[in-house]
Design a protein around this ligand. Structure first.
Ligand SMILES: [Zn+2]
Length: 222
């Protein structure tokens, strides 16, 4: 919001400069000469302020399209919270959350940035980046209507490869990232206990009760 206000302010200053280049200011007989450097600087600042929210909006559109494919839910919609959004979000402590009825998926600050950075270099297998892909898949499973966290998490694990491909991650990085999540980060949730344990199930494994036997499951043979 602040970025948009900044962009609007600088655009207004630029347009004002142009306007008074053709229309005399009150009390003046002639229009003033347009000061080129001032016009360039104000327009550049307007563009600079508009770029971050536009980039986020485009990323949200991309994530929304892919979340609809992954979930099969047409009204799925991804929103990247700003600092302000996160500060006033009643679920601010959750990295992400989804509304089962409306299909709205929210990523808290800074998880959209984490995911966007990771998509540029998935071969680095950055742990936070891997978690952000899993979070995307997890919330997409929620909008299908699943409320149980352990079941949702297991559905997302099995679709990690599918989610990673939709996000444009190359096959080798997608599989390596997914296996790192399942074999390490996911197993740690059980050891940490508390809230984290609610996301874990020992039935989330090949051949166990939560195995959906998907042909492109993370743990299916390539
Ligand atoms: Zn959840």
């Amino acid at each position: 919001m602040l970025w948009w206000l900044g962009a609007a302010l600088f655009l207004w200053l630029a347009l004002r400069e142009v306007y008074y280049g053709f229309v005399p200011k009150p009390g003046f007989a002639e229009p003033q000469k347009i000061f080129g450097p001032y016009l360039v600087v104000t327009l550049a600042l307007a563009c600079a302020c508009a770029y971050p929210p536009l980039r986020t909006w485009r990323f949200e559109q991309f994530l929304t399209r892919q979340a609809r494919i992954l979930s099969g839910v047409e009204q799925a919609k991804v929103h990247c919270n700003t600092f302000f959004d996160t500060a006033v979000d009643p679920m601010a402590l959750a990295s992400g959350h989804a509304d089962f009825e409306s299909g709205r998926i929210v990523f808290q600050k800074p998880w959209c940035s984490v995911l966007r950075r990771y998509l540029r270099h998935p071969e680095k297998l950055d742990r936070e980046g891997i978690i952000s892909v899993q979070m995307f898949a997890h919330e997409a499973m929620h909008v299908r209507g699943e409320r149980n966290e352990a079941v949702t998490e297991c559905q997302a694990i099995q679709r990690y490869l599918r989610a990673a491909r939709l996000l444009g991650i190359p096959e080798a990085s997608a599989r390596a990232g997914g296996m790192l999540y399942y074999q390490s980060l996911y197993q740690q949730r059980q050891q940490i206990g508390g809230m984290q344990a609610a996301y874990y199930s020992d039935q989330c494994a090949p051949g166990k009760r939560l195995d959906e036997r998907l042909p492109d499951s993370l743990w299916a043979s390539p």
